[in-house]
Structures are given as C-alpha cells and as structure tokens.
Design a protein. Structure first.
Length: 251
C-alpha cells in the first residue's frame, strides 16, 4: 500500500488556483504541506483558494506572476523560495491555448503559448533545481499533454510547447539523477477543466468515441499521478511520462 507523507514539504505549483493545479494543491494541502500557488490575474479566486488551503496545518501563499516573462519567473521563484525557506517539490501546471491552423497562426499566438507553457517551465525549474541539488533531494513534475504525442488540429503551438516540456524533462532527469532529484511528466488526456469547456458537442462526442474508457478524466486523476511522482515511493522513477488519458492513445 502506498502511504504518502508530504507533511512539512515545501512545494511550488504554477497555475495552482484552477483546474489540475488546484486539485494538485488541494491534495498536497491535505498532507499539511507548505505551498506557493502561482496564478496570473484572478485575485479574488486566489485569495479564496489560499484561505481554503490554509485552514489546516499548511502554510499557503498565492503569488501573482505573469510567467510569460523571464523576469516574472525569476521574481516568482525568488519570492516563493523566500516564503517557503526552501523547496522540495516543483509542479509546473500553468498552461494556455491559442488555437489556429498553422498556416494562419499569428506570431504573437505562437510566442505567447511557447513562453507560458514551455519557457516558464525551464526558467522556474532551473531555479528550483539549484536548491534541490544542494540538499540532494527534489521532485520536479511537469504537466504535459496527450497533444505532445498525437497532436491536434489548430494546436501547433500547444503541441510544440508540450513536446518541448517532455524533451526538457528527459534531459534534466539524466543530468540530476545521481543527486536524488527526479524529473518526470504527467501527460493528461481530456480532463474536465475550464480549458476543455470550449469543446463543442460534436467534438466532445468524437473524443468520447476514441477514448476506451468513454469518459473525460477529472483533475483529481491527474493530481493522484502527480502525488505519486512527488512521493518517496517514486524514488527510482525518473525520466518518465505517466499518461492519464483513459487509454486515448492506445494503438
């Protein structure tokens, strides 16, 4: 039996007040972890989530940052580490979509998605891992997507960003494995979040037809995978992509 223990762990979660990030934070807070939740703009929601997760023994701070900017990534991590006095686990959940056919995609849309989804993963984890290497312990989990392996019409920027995250993960896992820092990805399929709400009825029916489990996943399904990869029980697991997609890409 897996008995997770994250009590007292210092955890940074980007995109931590909605969807998958919220569920990840909720799970960790139930173990009395100390958590920084990154968010972009919804101050009222951030305040509410911070209060919700602070009710137990967790020390929680919601920190506003525009992670499309390297300077903001640096500031976010600096303030996070100051609040937590260290870091044990870094979970990169923030992500956006700006879909358009590749032939019509604007440079701004391409760059924005790459900046938020991929570049911020590198900038933030680069800072986190330096602290982890000094203490010879750390867990880094990137949220990828089934789009990295199967692609999706209109999502050249999104698919590229998620493929990039998986490549970054593989390199980092090799570089830091001998110092007890593991780096892995969780790759969700179609999950019931705000990002999937704009899928129209016909596309939703199509997706359900190609998912063997015939349902969308829940954010909690992804959070459980993140918890495993962040735990002591996964100490010999690194460089891996844990797929949470209901069998969507089974060939």
């Amino acid at each position: 039996m897996l008995n997770f223990d994250f009590s007292g762990k210092n955890i940074v979660i980007t995109g931590g007040i909605r969807g998958i990030g919220y569920s990840v934070a909720k799970l960790f807070s139930s173990y009395s972890s100390n958590i920084v939740l990154g968010y972009r703009s919804d101050h009222d929601l951030a305040e509410s989530v911070e209060s919700e997760f602070s009710l137990g023994n967790s020390k929680v701070k919601a920190l506003c940052a525009d992670l499309s900017s390297q300077d903001e990534c640096d500031r976010f991590m600096k303030e996070s580490l100051s609040f937590l006095s260290g870091i044990d686990i870094f979970v990169h959940c923030c992500g956006i979509r700006q879909d358009a056919p590749a032939s019509m995609m604007k440079n701004d849309s391409w760059n924005k998605v790459i900046d938020v989804n991929l570049n911020s993963a590198f900038y933030c984890s680069r800072i986190a891992v330096k602290k982890m290497l000094k203490k010879r312990f750390g867990r880094i989990v990137f949220i990828s997507s089934v789009s990295a392996s199967v692609g999706g019409p209109g999502q050249s920027n999104y698919a590229a960003s998620k493929s990039g995250i998986e490549g970054l993960m593989r390199v980092m896992s090799r570089e830091f494995a001998d110092r007890n820092v593991t780096v892995n990805c969780v790759s969700p399929g179609l999950i019931d979040t705000d990002m999937s709400k704009d899928i129209n009825k016909s596309m939703r029916e199509f997706y359900l037809s190609v998912i063997p489990m015939k349902k969308f996943g829940q954010p909690e399904d992804v959070a459980s995978a993140v918890a495993f990869l962040s735990s002591d029980q996964s100490s010999y697991v690194t460089g891996q992509i844990l797929k949470v997609n209901g069998g969507m890409d089974v060939s």
